[in-house]
Design a protein around this ligand. Structure first.
Ligand SMILES: C=C1C[C@]23C[C@@]1(O)CC[C@H]2[C@@]12CC[C@H](O)[C@@](C)(C(=O)O1)[C@H]2[C@@H]3C(=O)O
Ligand SMILES: O=C(O)CCC(=O)C(=O)O
Ligand SMILES: [Fe+2]
Length: 329
């Protein structure tokens, strides 16, 4: 049985379009690998079902997030300011990007989580840090499984070439919870005018993002023809986003998808993202099998630290990989 059933969505502008859904419980792993590679090449985005992440792990994390955002602004600010880690409200990054959201941004290093938990849930910091550690552990395993299947589907002999980077104890992975309160003055429900933008258009800089949300819509992805497509919320599944670093690691074969989140006029939206990243000193350089005379090197070799510095010096919507293109492309 093969599950590549795209969810048909009728967009305002055009035709019915689909987001691939991949069933990770399928026994035929080479088939799953091919489905993952196709989705990463064509869209850089797909949904996974039967993913193996225990639902209690997700619900505990969601409950902790919900409790945190229900606090007063003064209480929440004790966890901040997000420079880059902590609590942020409306400001995204430090270069003037704004959105209709508040968020918690955490490094996934257990020591950092433990320290930060003291100010996030002062009544029971251990409850908060356990929820985050369990969640991060489970979604990192999911990300690694997907990356191993992707490497197999690309016929790269070193199956762990990508997952090794995010499994490393020094990995620079981060975890984010976004909270989009209902809009006070909505322009029009799905009008992507600035006042409805929850989180502006961008690609994720890391290797792979694992995203889930509550049952409130808002996330949109941009197809390669420029068409924006709403992603149906599904609290039981995860959406997988190819990041810039994976685009570079596959020498441009996989595409980092541009996406954004719109705020909703009536209901609050809660989304949780694990951004799998390498250690700061790791080289982002494709394995030799990804380069050939027909597919010459697209990007100069760079470290994750180089790339991260570039990302943080730019605006949210900038195409930061362009800075690292080789002269020939
Ligand atoms: C405007 C910015 C916010 C961001 C850092 C940046 O300078 C450009 C990339 C942004 C982004 C997008 C994906 C993740 O949400 C994030 C944590 C990341 O790694 O890159 C954010 C950064 C952020 O909010 O600090
Ligand atoms: O909140 C969302 O659904 C998307 C947020 C996002 O893309 C991000 O935080 O990088
Ligand atoms: Fe993102």
């Amino acid at each position: 049985m093969v599950a590549a059933s795209p969810i048909p969505i009728r967009s305002k502008k055009t035709k019915a379009v689909g987001i691939p859904t991949i069933d990770l419980s399928i026994q035929n792993k080479s088939k799953v690998s091919r489905l993952i590679v196709n989705a990463c090449e064509e869209l850089g985005f797909f949904k996974v079902i039967n993913h193996g992440v225990p639902k209690e792990v997700v619900s505990s994390m969601r409950d902790e997030g919900t409790q945190f955002f229900a606090k007063t602004i003064a209480e929440k600010q004790r966890a901040g300011p997000a420079r880059p880690f902590g609590f942020g409200c409306r400001n995204i990054g430090v270069n003037g990007d704004m959105g209709e959201l508040e968020y918690l941004l955490l490094h996934t290093n257990p020591l950092d989580i433990s320290e930060r938990s003291q100010s996030i849930n002062s009544d029971d910091p251990t409850k908060f840090s356990c929820a985050v550690n369990d969640y991060v552990h489970a979604v990192r395993e999911l990300a690694c499984e997907i990356l191993d299947l992707a490497a197999e589907g690309l016929w790269v002999p070193d199956k762990f070439v990508f997952s090794r980077l995010i499994r490393d104890v020094h990995s620079d992975s981060v975890f984010r919870i976004n909270h989009y309160p209902p809009l006070v003055n909505p322009v029009k429900e799905w009008d992507p005018s600035p006042s409805n933008i929850g989180f502006g258009e961008h690609s994720d800089p890391q290797i792979l993002t694992i995203l889930t949300s509550n049952d409130v819509a808002g996330l949109q992805i941009c197809f390669q023809d420029g068409l924006w497509v709403p992603v149906p919320p599904d609290p039981t599944s995860f959406y997988v986003i190819v990041g810039d670093a994976l685009q570079a690691l596959t020498n441009g074969r996989f595409v980092s998808v541009r996406h954004r989140a719109l705020a909703n006029s009536t209901r609050q939206r809660l989304s949780m993202m694990y951004f799998g990243a390498p250690p700061l000193n790791s080289w982002i350089c494709p394995p030799p099998e990804m380069v050939s005379p027909r597919n010459p090197t697209l990007y100069k070799p760079f470290t994750w630290s180089d790339f991260k510095n570039a990302a943080y010096s730019l605006r949210l919507g900038d195409t930061r990989l362009d800075l690292f293109k080789t002269a020939t492309c």
